[in-house]
Design a protein around this ligand. Structure first.
Ligand code: PLP
Length: 431
């Protein structure tokens, strides 16, 4: 398995270009904060649509038959899913809650994946089998599904796929079945007429390059070479999951990402702005080329099928931004914001670097300052610097590109997140 490359310095020029693009639109963001209050999630549906377009164009250029499913877990805001449905995507859901969201949005093509589906969730999927493909996580889930089938309409079989684990060692083995188990699974499922086997799914996470996916496609090809012809002929789709890291790569406070960024007690010194680091990403077109080459070589000789994708992060990362305001200034280099990091649900900014832009006093110089939230924990960190010409109480701060694994992880901890504070104007607004 490929390892992440060592972080490089995040070049001043590329950071400035990134910041400038948001400052060019600062009046628009300030007007939104003025109108709806702070803190505020801003959804830029134009960016979302452009991302969906670029992703599908990249893979459509390499494959004849494709389908795209937005991974709802990466951002469960219904407006995000609705926008992607308009862009021709289906939805990838991982729970009854997400499935209900997709059904309420009238999604016509839904894949339901994930381990530990409850009987209630399986029943819901069965009630909507005209719209849902169930991606089974293993043998016992198949048994539980069979036990639920007598009550369902026998005339139209439920369409299922099977999730394959990409790494049978360690914690990833909780997902799906191993390639070695596939013949046994096929034997079992082929004898069940109310169930129609239609494809395979696999997913690996956090891919800065296509290497891991390519390696697994080769292993899958070796397995298909040994599978019976009727199995390979019944494969209508191979779903390669998501896990594409945005092209700009991972931005970090420290060159040692595995150890976390923080010295003891969050005491990053503020005598100057520290350098920022990045682990480079890969353009999506290069993913598409590498994956299509692997599929042509290893899969298509055995299975003539549609290739499906479940991107989450790549699609929504740069389409949603967070606006906060400074509620207190305790020193020239310490401000408190009106939201805590519970709004994004985890201590992301202790390790990940994202520029904090002071929209009220905008500027291209980054200045050291502790930008801390209002929870009673020192881990409530938004950043250690801001771009601007000073910082004062009442200023509106922006953290761009917070669309993935933030909105859907928000918690009501001490302060509210979006659900509690809808009336306070924290629901996403079109940017
Ligand atoms: C099965 C499956 N598909 C798709 C995704 C989306 O991954 P990403 O947001 O990294 O594209 C995930 C994320 O965990 C997943 O588990």
């Amino acid at each position: 398995m490929s390892e992440h490359p060592a972080p490089l310095l995040l070049e001043k020029d590329s950071l400035e270009t990134f910041v400038r693009a948001y400052l060019d639109r600062q009046e628009r963001y300030l007007a939104l904060a003025q109108k709806h209050g702070s803190p505020l999630w801003v959804l830029d549906s134009g960016v979302l649509k452009a991302k969906a377009r670029r992703f599908s164009q990249a893979f459509n250029a390499c494959f004849d038959q494709t389908a795209y499913y937005f991974a709802v877990k990466s951002n469960n805001c219904p407006e995000v899913a609705a926008t992607l449905l308009e862009s021709g995507f289906g939805l990838d859901v991982s729970s009854g809650i997400e499935l209900n969201t997709a059904l309420d949005l009238n999604a016509g093509d839904i894949v339901f994946s994930g381990p530990g589906k409850t009987d209630e969730e399986l029943r819901l999927a069965l009630r909507h089998k005209d719209r849902v493909t169930l991606l089974l996580d293993g043998f016992s889930e198949l048994d539980r599904l069979c036990a639920l089938l007598p009550g369902s309409d026998q005339a139209s079989p439920v369409r299922v796929g099977i999730r394959l684990t990409t790494n049978p060692q360690g914690l990833w083995r909780k997902f799906g079945i191993t390639l070695e188990m596939l013949p046994e699974f096929w034997k079992k499922i082929a004898a069940l007429p109310p169930i129609r086997f239609a494809g395979l799914q696999f997913h690996s996470s956090w891919n800065l390059t296509p290497d891991r996916q390519v390696e697994f496609i080769a292993l899958l090809g070796q397995t298909l070479a040994r599978m019976p012809g009727d199995f390979n002929r019944s494969i209508e789709f191979i779903d390669m999951g998501g896990g594409y890291w945005p092209e700009e790569g991972e931005w970090l406070h420290s060159p040692e990402p595995q150890q976390g960024a923080l010295p003891q007690e969050n005491s990053i010194p503020l005598d100057r702005v520290r350098p920022h680091y990045r682990i480079p990403g890969t353009p999506i077109e290069m993913f598409a080329k590498a994956l299509s080459h692997a599929v042509q070589t290893h899969i298509f000789p055995f299975a003539d099928c549609r290739i499906c994708f479940e991107p989450g992060r790549w699609i929504c990362h740069s389409a949603m931004h967070l606006l906060l305001s400074v509620i207190d200034k305790k020193s020239h280099d310490l401000v408190i914001t009106d939201a805590g990091t519970n709004i994004i649900g985890w201590e992301r900014f202790e390790t990940d670097y994202f520029p904090v832009l002071n929209l009220s006093r905008s500027g291209l110089v980054e200045r050291p300052c502790h930008i801390l939230g209002s929870l009673c924990t020192p881990h409530d960190v938004f950043g250690y610097a801001y771009f601007g010409e000073g910082i004062e109480r009442g200023d509106c701060l922006m953290i761009p590109c917070q669309g993935a694994y933030t909105y859907s992880l928000g918690q009501n901890f001490i302060k509210g997140c979006r659900d509690l504070s809808k009336s306070e104007g924290q629901t996403p607004r079109q940017g």
